[in-house]
Structure formats: C-alpha cells, structure tokens
Design a protein around this ligand. Structure first.
Ligand code: ZN
Length: 677
C-alpha cells in the first residue's frame, strides 16, 4: 500500500525550518501540462560508510534497469511510441519554437511521466496538441534505421504509421489504461498490457480454479505474469529471467548480486538471495518467503523495494506493477517517532477522552522515517510519501510490515511550494504566512507522527460494541479521531519536554493551516456543484466546521471578508485547542460506544455540504495561481569513483540533471527491452 501525496501536493505550505537541503537548493525542474517536476535532496548520503554507499549504488542500478518493464506493462505499444517520439524529438532540425514541435515536446514529457500513453493518475489517454500533418511529415522524415524496433522495413513502417494515427488521434482507441466502470468487461476495456486476448470471465475462471479458499497462507496469484490466450487456451506468461521481460530481469538480478556483496548484514543477504530466486523461477512462494525475510529485517540502515508490488494498475487487482526504490534510515527523524511512540502511555493517560474509553495498556506504532535515494518504475516520476509493505494480508498479520515515511520527498514538496503564492493568496495576513514559513514543515511532520504512531492506536471499544457499528462513516470518523488526537497533543508542553520541538508555538502553524484547509482551501480539489466524498477531506471539513460553529460565541475562528475575498482568522489558539479536546472526547465516545446516529449527524451536518459561494471563490483564486495539480521527481545522479583496479573508492551524488536529459539518458542507458541504435 502506498500513501499518496495529492493532499500535500495541493495544500503544501512552505517552511524553511528543519530542512536539510543546502541553502539555495533549487527544487523546481520543469512545468508542463498538469505536471510539475521537482528534484529532491538526499541528506546524509555523504555520511554513509563506503560500504553503504556502494551497496546503495548497485541497488540504484538494479532499480533503474526496471523502467522498461513498467512502461510495457502499462500498454503494449508504449515502448514503440516512446522510441518513435524520442527519435523525432532528438533528430528534429526545424524551428524549435514551432507550435507543433512544442506540442510534441509536451507530449513526450507526458508519456515519460505516465510511463506510457496514459495519464499516471486518471489513466486516461493523453491527447497530443500537434497536428496530424506535422506528425506525418516528421514520421516520414525518419530513416528506416531510426524507426522503433520491429518496424524497420517498408511494410512495417506503413503499419506503424496507421497504428500511430489511431494512438495519437483516435480518442476511443486504447482510451483508458485501467477501467473500473462497474458492469463492463474490465479486461477488454482496459488498455494495459497485463492481459491479451482474454475476457474478464476467462481470467476469473482461470484463477478461481487455482485459488484454495481454505489456504491460510495463500500466494498472490497473478502477481508476476501476463495472462494471454494462446491456441485457444488461457495461459500465464510469467515475468522471469528466461521469460517475459527476461532481458530486464536478468540485468536486475545481476546488479542485485553485485549489491549483495556490500550488504550490511545476513538478513539483507538472505532476502536478496530470495528475491533473486523469485526473479529466476517466478515462484510466488519464493516471493512470499522473500517478503517475510524483508519484513523481519529491521536492523540495517539501507533498504529497498524491487519487484512487482502494487496492483492498482490491474483492474482486477492481481498483477503487480514493477517498482523500485532505494532508501536509508533518517536517524534524526526516526529518533523523533521513537520518542513519541516510547511515550505512548503518557499520551493515552492524559488525553481528554473519558477514562472508560482509554486503552489499559497502549503501545505506539513505531514507524521508520527514511531518505529516498532513488525512485524507479511505478514510483517514478510520481512517487508516494509513505509506504506500508508487504501487501500480503497473512504475512502482515503473522510477520508484521514495514511502514515508512519518505521525509526528503516531503521536504521537496514543501520546498517547491515555497514561493508558489498559495499562502500569500489564502492566509489572512503576512503574520500567518511567516508563521507557516517558519514552523509548518516541522509541525506537519509531528502531526503525521502523532496521527500515525499514536492517534489510530489509542482508545478502545466498550465490551460488546460491534466494531462495524459506524458503517459508512467509520473511516471518516476514524481519520478525524486520529487527527484530533494529533492536533490536541501538538500544543502539549510535553513535546518541548521530550525535546521534539523547541518553540512551544510551533503548533499554531498547524492549527492555522488545518482550519484554513478544512474550511476553504481543500475545496480546490472538488468540482463545482459536487459535495465532499473522500473520507480524509470529510474529516478535515467536519472538524474545522464544528470548531467554527462551536467557537462562535467566543469568536475563536472568524471568516473575514476583505476586498471581496474570504480569509480565515484565528483569534484564540488556546480556545481552539479546547474545542479540539471537546470534539476528540465526543468522537472517541461515538467510536467506543458505536453511536452510529451521532456519528452520522456529525459527518453529515459538518463534513459533506459545500457552500457554493465560498467554493466558487476558492476555485477562482486557486486557478489564478496556476499551480500544477500533479507532481513528480527527477532522480539524483550517482557516480561511482573507481581506482585503477576498478574498485569503487567513493560514490558521488549530484543533482544538476534536468527532466529531458534524465529521461533521454535512461532511455539510452537503462532500456534493456529496446534495441539501442
Ligand atoms: Zn489515518
């Protein structure tokens, strides 16, 4: 599972405090269509030992070798389209300011970002803005040698030209990568390349014969294969070293083998061996064994993901999209979460909820904070900010899971948001802007720590209460409960005493942002005329709206009109904390007693309906800022320094590469499934 960044991407607010990047580090790389590309800094890399750096270096090589796998999983013509458009782009010698050429460049940037011809998030096919005439002329200009693999004679060229006409200019052809529309054949109507020539029915029948409902430790069927019909028979085409994607997988295996020589401990060596076995044999049992070894290895600093992991790219949720990521422990930040978790008992005892609803003994969940060193496959360029793996339910239950937060990625979001004008537009005055600039990065992180490590883990149900009593409102109320717990404790002097913050007013930045977001700015993500549906958005709305209403008598929160614009003004932060406490007690009561009706009313009365006038105003103000709704990253460049015998003596990291150069370099140097010409 991954936690996405959409929320942070929209509301991220800048702060310079507590960030580890060097002064002047420029986060912004490129901006096109609905995308902003950024770079991230890798703090602490230089302090790692040579062995760790070398380990990371080979793991990054193993990660980068998988890029083509994901691109091909996403659509069977994707590699062909990428090759063709890159060739047109790199050999073009006309006017580079020409409107059609500019449009071709945007299209190329989009297909790199989507790892194929579909949008990474909506999964809709991209619509190029260049003309058919321009494309046709550019296509004809290429020599046979410059044509993509498999299309280099006259007949094949003609075929490809026809196919490209459909891909580029026929909207209904391969329209959606992952179709989830209820009632349709999800396999036939999805343009991904995880299935070929089979219907949904055939796939479901095939796997229902393999599945044993009584197996307590089931493998994840279909995780690592394409399903196709060959000679009238449904067959699996496994992704293995001597099968589908074998050329890429062999390279991955090679670099994993190199990496293993520099691993930090036996646990890591054991799971690398298992992963290699999985890549060589395709055995799903081997993958489970790998996942267990991986989940249980928590001593090393360096860690990685490399394999077929998340299943969002398959409408049936079985096939894993190839993904890679290499990271190492962020010692300082992990210390912060450890301190918070270690004091879980204090937080539970002193919370404002009724003692009957408190846990008798509480254990905080310890989450690791990491620094990403490379992003690849399904995590590149668009990346999650949190990951919790493995995905297999029985392994999670019996062997645990690893939950990580990618702090340097979060920092990059904040850094890139600095100066995008968002706070200046929406905050009441420069005092609030300055307060958020100074304290919000740390306050945001602490809010997340308290929410994840303590909030969800706190409280208990009264005996006999049905844990499903809150039904459709359960997740909104649960997220609200965790948020309220975090908000309440952010202002607790205990945090200063524990040394996790030094400025006792840090919490005010979070309070201001939270209320501004809940009452106003999160509406940027809602279409005009629609209500709020998503549970995290509902919980922020009901908390903010409830506090606004209940603080009215004391004028705790004010909505001020100035020059036709609405602003949130907080007049009394201490009283606001009191309101959070009151609401936390109530939401905990609702949960502990299973009071469905009270929960329903809270959410429906405060969390769903949108004031159309405020909504229209927010959308209009936001649109003028021209902030990209989706963001992603280029990677740093790692360079191995070698002595005369070829031994690595150091690994250097640099950040200067831009988006186009990185993508073209990856297509040249890390493209085992295409032929380099
Ligand atoms: Zn949560």
């Amino acid at each position: 599972m991954k936690s996405n960044v959409l929320i942070a991407a929209v509301i991220a607010v800048s702060s310079i405090n507590a960030m580890a990047q060097p002064a002047g580090f420029d986060y912004r790389v490129d901006r096109f269509a609905d995308i902003e590309v950024m770079r991230y800094y890798v703090p602490g890399f230089d302090k790692l030992s040579l062995q760790q750096k070398t380990y990371i270096y080979y793991l990054t090589e193993a990660a980068l070798q998988g890029r083509d796998i994901l691109t091909d999983q996403n659509g069977k013509y994707n590699l062909t389209v990428r090759q063709l458009i890159e060739r047109i782009y790199t050999t073009y010698n006309g006017n580079r300011e020409d409107k059609d050429f500019k449009a071709l460049e945007v299209y190329l940037k989009q297909i790199w970002f989507g790892n194929g011809i579909h949008h990474h998030y909506s999964t809709d096919k991209f619509t190029p803005a260049f003309s058919q005439k321009f494309f046709s002329k550019q296509f004809d200009r290429l020599t046979d040698q410059q044509m993509p693999d498999g299309y280099q004679n006259k007949k094949q060229r003609a075929e490809l030209k026809k196919l490209m006409q459909r891909i580029l200019f026929e909207p209904s052809f391969m329209a959606k990568r992952v179709n989830q529309a209820d009632g349709e054949d999800l396999i036939l109507t999805s343009a991904n390349n995880m299935y070929e020539g089979v219907t949904q029915n055939e796939v479901e029948n095939y796997y229902s014969r393999l599945r044993n409902p009584n197996d307590p430790t089931p493998v994840m069927w279909g995780l690592n294969c394409r399903v196709a019909k060959i000679d009238g028979k449904v067959v699996e085409q496994p992704y293995v070293a001597d099968g589908l994607y074998g050329k890429a997988i062999s390279k991955i295996v090679f670099y994993l083998g190199k990496a293993k020589e520099y691993a930090e401990n036996d646990g890591q060596r054991a799971y690398i061996d298992k992963l290699i076995e999985f890549y060589r044999t395709g055995s799903l049992r081997a993958f489970d064994e790998y996942s267990i070894l991986w989940a249980e290895e928590t001593k090393g600093d360096v860690d990685f993901i490399n394999g077929f992991i998340e299943v969002y790219g398959d409408p049936l949720g079985m096939t894993g999209s190839w993904e890679g990521m290499v990271n190492f422990r962020n010692g300082d930040a992990s210390h912060r979460t450890a301190v918070i978790s270690g004091n879980a008992e204090y937080f539970e005892r002193n919370s404002p909820v009724d003692d009957r609803f408190k846990k008798d003994e509480v254990k905080g969940v310890s989450a690791k904070v990491i620094t990403a060193a490379i992003l690849a496959g399904d995590s590149y360029p668009s990346t999650p900010i949190g990951i919790n793996l493995p995905n297999s339910n029985w392994i999670r239950a019996q062997h645990g899971s690893k939950s990580v937060t990618l702090e340097n990625i979060t920092d990059a979001y904040d850094g890139a948001a600095a100066g995008n004008g968002f706070n200046e537009e929406f905050a009441y005055s420069s005092a609030e802007v300055e307060m958020m600039r100074r304290n919000l990065t740390l306050a945001d992180k602490l809010h997340t720590d308290l929410h994840e490590c303590l909030g969800h883990a706190s409280g208990k149900l009264l005996p006999g209460v049905d844990k499903n009593a809150l039904k459709a409102y359960a997740s909104t109320l649960e997220e609200g409960r965790a948020d309220l717990f975090a908000l309440y404790y952010l202002a607790d002097p205990k945090l200063v005493e524990l040394g996790v913050i030094s400025d006792p007013d840090t919490y005010k930045a979070e309070y201001y942002k939270y209320i501004m977001n809940g009452l106003m700015t999160q509406l940027t993500r809602i279409e005009p005329g629609k209500d709020i549906e998503e549970s995290h958005m509902r919980n922020r709305k009901f908390i903010s709206e409830w506090c606004y209403e209940h603080g009215k008598a004391d004028n705790v929160i004010e909505l001020v009109k100035r020059d036709g614009k609405t602003y949130v003004k907080i007049n009394d932060y201490e009283k606001l904390r009191g309101l959070f406490a009151q609401l936390l007690a109530e939401v905990q009561r609702i949960k502990s007693t299973g009071d469905y009706e009270a929960g329903r009313q809270l959410v429906e009365n405060y969390g769903v309906k949108v004031d159309p006038a405020i909504h229209a105003e927010v959308l209009e103000r936001y649109a003028r800022l021209n902030i990209a709704p989706y963001k992603g990253f280029v990677n740093p460049v790692y360079e191995a320094v070698r002595d005369n015998n070829g031994n690595i003596t150091d690994v250097k990291v640099s950040y200067g590469e831009d988006y186009i150069h990185q993508m073209l370099r990856y297509s040249r140097d890390y493209s085992p499934l295409t032929v380099n010409r």
